[in-house]
Write a protein that binds this ligand. Sequence first.
Ligand code: NAP
Length: 311
Amino acid sequence: MTAARVLDGAAVAAAIRAELGPDVAAFTARAGRPPGLGIVLVGEDPASEIYVRGKLKSAADAGLRAELTRLPATASLEELLSVVDELNQSEAHDGILVQLPLPAAMGAEAERRVFDVIDPEKDVDGFHPVNVGRLVQNRATLAACTPSGVIELLERSGVAMSGARAVVIGRSDIVGKPMALLLLHRHATVTICHSRTVDLPRVAADADILVAAIGRPAFVTESFVKPGAAVVDVGTTQVTDRATVERLFPAGSKRREAFERRGSIVVGDVHPDVADVAGALSPVPGGVGPLTIAMLLKNTLRAAQARMAVR
Ligand code: NAP
């Protein structure tokens, strides 16, 4: 058995952040202010709190000015839309990010309605229909951060995309669909799978590049993976169940130790045994997560540069 090469998202993210440094400094010198990012957090979801803290810190470390606007979980959709509108009008904010998920009480269509009103030029998440349309036409300037990060990871790790068979498991608007489009634009032959796909393991096992974005811990097992394939694990599920952790990770392993310390760990969609079959595999944590934040910073800088250019 051979262990798959690690697709080191943390290292690639650090390289991307380092490359942004001179451009952030140049923008700041020319504009007389740093690129600005407005983050909006509604409610107190513990995972969202952690993600937002990470985004604020990474932005500050990169020389951006990031500000957090908080709304209580009881806020109405209209209140949220009015905060977004203020950020749309703000001269100092180049990027706007509304942290998901929104409280269920805001209604099933709340996320769509919020993305519809964000100024497309400030839409650093790449979720506005205008930016999704540009992505379809392969002329996106602001594309969704997580799938963009996966492309950077594959490219900088030397995984050939042109002509490769790529299978994306998951068809969400924020990960699966943009992921498939970005791979297509890199000339991969792309298949998108979802919960109704018949014989998913067989379809997945055709892939030279397999991207799992499902949200089901260790769902992708060895039978899904062609020997030597590059496997990218986007999934992140907080697991508190001891039996699941003990089934997946051997006693004495780092993941088990982390579970013993914290009482929970984040587990990806890809079963650890896949490392015996795959040619390359991104870990969770330390794979796609850091790249998502690096691409958020990159998108904020791009949005800032584009806004300055039209003045
Ligand atoms: P989502 O909106 O819940 O979409 C999940 C997708 O997986 C759906 O398309 C669903 O199919 C499919 N799926 C669910 N169960 C399946 C099954 N048994 N077989 C085949 N397909 C199945 O989730 P998401 O927002 O795309 O996120 C996916 C995962 O990525 C989550 O774990 C999330 O936490 C993680 N994530 C990580 C990052 C990061 O920075 N690391 C960023 C974003 C998301 P249907 O459409 O048929 O229901």
